[in-house]
Design a protein around this ligand. Structure first.
Ligand code: ZN
Length: 461
């Protein structure tokens, strides 16, 4: 018997975490933290599996919403075996250490506001070191056995990772037992980005497909393809630089930063963007190094290309933000959604005052974030960065671009077509996305059973 139980990431893009029980073996798929929640609220609902077997956790990729709750799971289940790709392991080392300081900041802010939501027990850098050492890694396409302690079948459970084309090391996970095959997409993209090539779906039939639906609710006509969007991006950047302004691009440190700097550099080398200084820094620089180390090991658009060979200045070395406006420049700063306390939001406050400069957003913005408010503001208008702040004037240009690292919705349907599953479980998306994908699959094939994953609601597969 195989059961599937969502612990997080059901009906929303949040703390992705799912539990599979295959004949007595407990397998956790991903272990993320909600990027916008704090305290215990941000964690998956681990209590749902406290009396169940928990043998393995397989991690699809190193983004916070798929990985960062791992130390908390390991505290509860010290004997759990953690398996991922070598690249995700290397990135996890950076992001888990980094998340300690982020968590500390959250706790600090919470105790200040005396909100007193249940607090997280923090872990130490030493604990993270031990955890990283215990992570086992398997290359793409390598088969491995994951029978648990109480495995009740004479047939083994095997698993393997397939390149998911999302960020470095990202994987879809295939789990096989007897004649059953489960395909978990993780976060997946089928078309090329600047560095990471799109995923190739293996020719196989899956019985159950667990599918992300991030872009399920987005009309693909509203997103240009990558190269067309790059032309538009270049034109807008040039307009600002030539008129003497500077461009701020808020990006996530892992994935988006590397793709956007590669994109900008390619455009500069082809003389499509005026040559100018680029500022980056922080953890993104270390992450780029891991990208560079692995350039011959995993699929790349151009294995010769090294991110850290691009001339970059460290934005954290600039003490007076006004310096960014002395000469035209491009600044790539985290976080992508300009959340409180991050470099991109702090810089945006200066950018808003400069009428020749521009803030160009390139990714998804949650409605609750300052980034959402900024990306929807217009030059000449007024803006409140949060409910409590004063209104300020928007003097700079603001424009929105889209360079997604997820499959568009037609591509999600393509995955269903290729894998021919009997059952599809929809995860990692909002209600609109799940509804559109569900309805579209049924139009294609009436005999597929479709489930929208619900927190704590078990599905028999
Ligand atoms: Zn991701």
């Amino acid at each position: 018997m195989i059961t599937f139980l969502p612990l997080g990431g059901a009906g929303e893009i949040g703390a992705s975490c799912f539990y599979l029980n295959i004949n007595g073996t407990g397998i956790v798929l991903d272990c993320g933290m909600h990027p916008l929640k704090t305290g215990l609220e941000a964690l998956p609902k681990f209590d749902l599996i406290k009396d169940l077997p928990v043998d393995y956790v397989l991690i699809s990729h190193a983004h916070q919403d798929h990985l960062s709750a791992l130390p908390f799971l390991v505290k509860r289940h010290p004997y759990i075996r953690i398996i991922t790709t070598p690249q995700t392991r290397a990135l996890a080392e950076l992001t888990l250490h980094n998340s300690i300081s982020l968590l500390k900041e959250h706790l600090h802010n919470e105790s200040k506001s005396e909100k007193n939501s249940e607090q997280l027990q923090l872990y130490s850098h030493q604990e993270i070191d031990l955890l990283i050492q215990s992570i086992e890694y398997k290359a793409y396409k390598e088969n491995f056995v994951i029978n648990g302690y109480n495995h009740r079948s004479k047939f083994p459970i095997t698993a393997s990772f397939v390149d998911a084309g999302h960020i470095l090391g990202s994987a879809a996970i295939i789990i096989e037992h007897e004649s059953k095959k489960i395909f978990y997409s993780g976060d997946i993209r089928l078309s090329d980005q600047a560095i990471i090539p799109g995923a190739k779906i293996p020719s196989m039939k899956a019985d159950t497909l667990i599918l992300e639906t991030t872009y399920g609710g987005t009309d693909s006509n509203s997103i240009l393809n990558w190269n067309e969007e790059a032309v538009r991006f270049a034109a807008s950047i040039n307009k600002i630089l030539i008129s003497g302004g500077s461009v701020l691009v808020p990006v996530f440190s892992l994935g988006k930063m590397q793709e956007i700097i590669a994109l900008i550099w390619n455009l500069m080398e082809r003389k499509k963007i005026v040559s100018t200084e680029i500022f980056t820094g922080g953890i993104a620089e270390k992450i780029s190094r891991v990208y560079d180390y692995n350039r011959y090991v995993v699929n790349r658009i151009d294995p010769e290309f090294e991110i850290n060979s691009i001339p970059q200045k460290n934005l954290y070395e600039i003490e007076q933000p006004e310096k960014f406006f002395k000469e035209p420049c491009i600044v790539l700063a985290a976080s992508g959604m300009m959340v409180e306390g991050t470099a991109s939001l702090n810089l945006a406050k200066y950018w808003l005052k400069h009428d020749k400069s521009a803030i160009f957003t390139v990714g998804y913005m949650d409605e609750s974030t300052p980034g959402y408010r900024i990306s929807n503001a217009v030059k000449g208008g007024k803006i409140k960065l949060n409910d409590f702040s004063e209104e300020t004037e928007v003097r700079c240009y603001i424009e929105r671009f889209r360079f997604p690292s997820h499959a568009k919705r037609e591509e999600l349907l393509e995955i269903v077509k290729q894998l021919k599953p009997e059952k599809v479980i929809l995860v990692h998306g909002d209600a609109d996305g799940i509804e559109w994908i569900g309805a579209s699959i049924l139009k294609m094939r009436k005999d597929i059973k479709i489930y929208a994953a619900k927190l704590g609601k078990e599905i028999l597969i």
